[in-house]
Design a protein around this ligand. Structure first.
Ligand SMILES: NC(=O)c1ccc[n+]([C@@H]2O[C@H](COP(=O)([O-])OP(=O)(O)OC[C@H]3O[C@@H](n4cnc5c(N)ncnc54)[C@H](OP(=O)(O)O)[C@@H]3O)[C@@H](O)[C@H]2O)c1
Length: 305
């Protein structure tokens, strides 16, 4: 069994779950660039091309059955930190992450980074946002476990503004919002989040929470960013107050058949409602902790679209 203390000449080993995913793949590449050994734990049915790409990039591949406790613990042995970039519903975010946490503790790994990567769910009560409730439930387990943990909270992935999140409406040159146009919100690109998480994984003194934002903008700021990025004038579109958005969420949810989708439309609206409410605003920011990171603004993301 490897030792989990790292001497100056020895490369630290970081175990990564979810390495075949978008964020996880980027965290893996960033760790390799920073000189770490990356051990990617994958499933037997993970996409073979993605696993092969990870191997070619220099990661060690460890195929595991997440339900086999001793096999999972063995895959974590010798690591200085285990990072989870898993994505899914309750089964994954609470169930599989708990199996992973048990294995990490059994293997004597000193640190764990859960797949939190969101707005500040610690400021939200249960019952507001389904996917964030999974994180709150897992946090209760994590905080009782004998291990140091660091959650990276990054606000909304800024990349979503050019696709999934219907806030910057390019065809009609409007920025849509509910409630208060002066409410500041946090946006961070997937790449910045990955680079920061890799740095945190290699930082034995990282605290329980790290809060980051590549850009902090209110609806006016989004309008300016969209105008700057496109060279065309965008205007604000206030759809209504937060109570209207709550009603739309309730109706959309009632009309949506139950499915295993991680981000159905009503889930996206719950995130939007929470951001517009200001409750999960990230304060204070820890952007300067790893000065090598160059933050990407929302205007830059919109320009690249
Ligand atoms: N803040 C934001 O705006 C925002 C937006 C999107 C995502 N996120 C968060 O970022 C994190 C990563 O998301 P992502 O978009 O990178 O996810 P993704 O691309 O969908 O990747 C999900 C990963 O989880 C693994 N996985 C799923 N089910 C599993 C299971 N039952 N057992 C083992 N592994 C399983 C997948 O492995 P296989 O290849 O084996 O399936 C894959 O590696 C999540 O916490 C997500 O909620 C945040």
């Amino acid at each position: 069994m490897e030792n989990n203390t790292t001497s100056a000449s020895q490369k630290p080993t970081i175990v990564l779950a979810g390495a075949t995913g978008d964020l996880g793949g980027r965290i893996g590449r960033s760790l390799l660039e920073k000189g770490a050994e990356v051990r990617a734990i994958v499933r037997s049915n993970s996409d073979a091309a993605k696993v092969d790409a990870l191997r070619k990039q220099g990661a060690t591949i460890c195929e595991v059955d997440f339900h086999n406790a001793s096999e999972l613990a063995k895959s974590c042995e010798g690591a200085t930190c285990v990072v989870s970039a898993l994505s899914g519903l309750h089964y994954v975010m609470v169930g599989i992450q708990s199996l992973l946490l048990n294995a990490v503790v059994a293997a004597g790994v000193p640190r764990f980074i859960p797949s939190d990567f969101a707005i500040d769910f610690t400021n939200l009560p249960y019952g507001k946002n389904r996917n964030l409730d999974f994180r709150k439930e897992f946090k209760e387990r994590l905080d009782k476990a004998p291990i140091a943990a660091t959650s990276v909270l990054c606000g909304m992935f800024a990349d979503l503004l050019t696709g999934q999140a219907p806030i910057v409406l390019f065809p009609i040159k409007k920025v849509m919002y509910y409630g208060n146009p002066n409410q500041l919100m946090d946006f961070t690109t997937i790449q910045n989040t990955a680079d920061y998480t890799a740095a945190a994984a290699l930082d034995p003194t990282a605290p329980r929470y790290l809060r980051i934002a590549g850009d902090v903008l209110d609806a006016y700021g989004l309008k300016e960013a969209a105008s700057k990025a496109t060279g065309e004038e965008f205007k604000l579109l206030r759809v209504g107050g937060l109570s209207l958005l709550n009603t739309i969420i309730r109706i959309t949810k009632a009309l949506t058949p139950a499915s295993k989708e991680v981000f159905p439309a009503w889930q996206g609206m719950q995130y939007m409602r929470d951001m517009f409410s200001g409750l999960p605003k990230l304060e204070p920011l820890d952007n300067d902790r790893y000065p090598e990171i160059k933050w990407t603004t929302v205007a830059e993301v919109l320009e690249r679209r």
